[in-house]
Every structure is written in structure tokens, then in C-alpha cells.
Design a protein around this ligand. Sequence first.
Ligand SMILES: *Cc1c(COP(=O)(O)O)cnc(C)c1O
Length: 360
Amino acid sequence: MSDSRQLIIDPNIQHAIAEFKLPDVLGFGKIMAPIMYEACYVNGQWEAGHLKPYGPITVDPCAKVFHYAHTLFEGMKAYRVPTQQTMLFRPLKNWERMVASGKRLCMPEIPQDVFMEGVNAVASYCTPFIPERSGQALYLRPFMFGTEATLGLGVSNSYRYVVVSSPCDVYHTGTIRLLIEREEIRAAGLLGSAKVGSNYAASTFSTTRAKDLGFDQPLWLDPYTRLNIEELSGMNFFAVIDGVLHTPALSGSFLPGITRDSVISLGRSLGFDVVERVMPVETLLRDIQRGRCTEAFASGTAAVICAISEICERNGTVLSLNEAPGHVAQRIRQGLLDIQEGRQEDTFGWLTQVPLESSY
Ligand SMILES: *Cc1c(COP(=O)(O)O)cnc(C)c1O
């Protein structure tokens, strides 16, 4: 790993920063911060990274990303912890997952210093635009895509790594209603554990159909037997059964969420038993009917913890959980936010400081 990387800073960013005003209403992923990062991989090497004003980028129309979905992404948040600096939550987990996603697409491994240079530089320069109310943060979206301009099928020989960011509110407020998806699958087998664009393309049809029927999201079952619960379209699944937290064991066909991993550790530290196991959907439905399953919730960077109020079938069957977030979901959510927002000591070592802008 080189420590000789030189970040090239476009002087126009000062103007872009001075012009930007943080609006009162943020939503999720709608407002883009005025600075972005871009680095190219050419001839087997990562070139110097550029920090520049946010705006359109130039990509050849024949680039593999447009035709064959050679693209992957990460999602992470920077928090402005009171009295301290800007902090990232477990950023090396995102790097590890980006590398793992890249392997599935035969992309070159992005070096840790390149990944972190982009994330740190954007978070550092965008620190003035990190909103400060609890639940708000700067959502960072690092992504990488194949740029080789040839139409043949195959692995790209050149890539671009870009980091954009968005001052945001939490993704979902309130509870969500899920429709069990018994026909379609979210992702093609083991590609499901990679955060790659094609998986979201594959789930668009079902998601739209679920929304048209009045639900928030599909609840995805495993692609092989379609018997076991896997996850939601961008969040992992948890249920509270007889007071114990249950979540599907990683199967290789759904996304290993960093929030999921954090909920497991935090849950145990708060005194809950946590079980990772195969979760047949029929068993869960029975547990809800019998009153043994008292809560279900979803976890993810964007939404943190989102309570599930109903799990439904296409034939009209509705299994109701709490209308309001249950007490386990609330405790976990508060515990996570307290660490992320600096109210609680970070005993897990999950927070990483972003370098000050003056250090660039
Ligand atoms: C990103 C994502 C998650 C959540 O992962 P986190 O690391 O917790 O943000 C879960 N499922 C899918 C399909 C995702 O894309």
C-alpha cells in the first residue's frame, strides 16, 4: 500500500462550498453535497485522486457499466459528534465489503488507502454540511464501475472510483408493511451477498409491484428453496421471539449488513440473547399468530432501525405486529444512535475520526 498518494484538490471547490446552503428539509438522498472525489484505475494502477465540485462526469457511451452492469457501491454515514470531530462508523467494514463485492464482478481490489482517501476527503470537506439533529448525518456513497469502452462481454480493464455524499434524514420514519415475495427472487444466488447494481435492478419489478399493492417493500426469501426469510431490498431482518433476537444466518445469497453485525454485538451487550439461524417463513408466521413473535424490525445504514408493523401475503392474509416500534427495536436503535452520535462511550471501537480539512 502506498503512502505516497497525492490528492489533487481543484481550487474551484472553495467556490462550490461557499455557494452551498443546507436546506431545512433534507429527506434521504435528495440533496447532494457540493464536493465529490474521483479516481481512475488504468493500466493496472490507481491514478491520483481528485477532489472537485459535484457535477456530471464524463464516461464513454460504450463503457461496460452501461451495458453489463459492471458497478458496485457502498453506503455509510459520517456523524458530527458533539465537541469532537467528524466521525465515520466502521468504515473499514465498508472497504472490506467493497472488495468482496468487487471479487464477484472480477474487479481489481480497491486498495484501502484509495477507498479511505475518497471517503475521508469528502467527509472532511463536507463537515460544514453535516446536519446535527439526532438521526441526521452525511450519507456517503462510494461506488466503482467498469469504464472500458468495448462492447464485447467480459471483464473491464479500467475503472472509476467516485465518492459523493448527501446530508440526510433517516430513510424511513414510522413503521413499514412487508409483502412476502413468493415468486421472484432478489438476486442471482451468491451475487446476493455483493452490493452490486444488478441486484437492485433485479428487485425493481417486485418492489414496484409490492408498492402498487400498497406495501412498503417485499420480504425476500432465499433463492434456492424460497422457504426461508433472507432480507428486505436494502435492509436486514430481525424478529423478537420469546424475548430473544433472531436474524437469518448469513447464507451467501443476501447482503451481510454492517448494521446487522452491529445490532448483534450491541444486542448482546445490552443483555439480549441473539440467535443467527435459518428462518423458515412459515415458522415465523406461526410464531406471530401464537403471540411468540412480538416484534420485527429491519436494520441498515440509511434507516438505522425500522420497525415492521405487518407481514402480509398476496392473498390478503395480514399478520400484524406492533403499530408502533416495540421496546427492543427502540432500545437497539437508541443504543446505536447514542454511540454514533457520541452520547455513549464507544466501547466497541466503531468510530473513526475523519482528518481535519486543514490537514489537506
Ligand atoms: C446495504 C444493504 C443492507 C444494509 O447494509 P448496511 O451495511 O447495514 O447498511 C442490507 N441489504 C441490502 C440488500 C443492502 O443493499
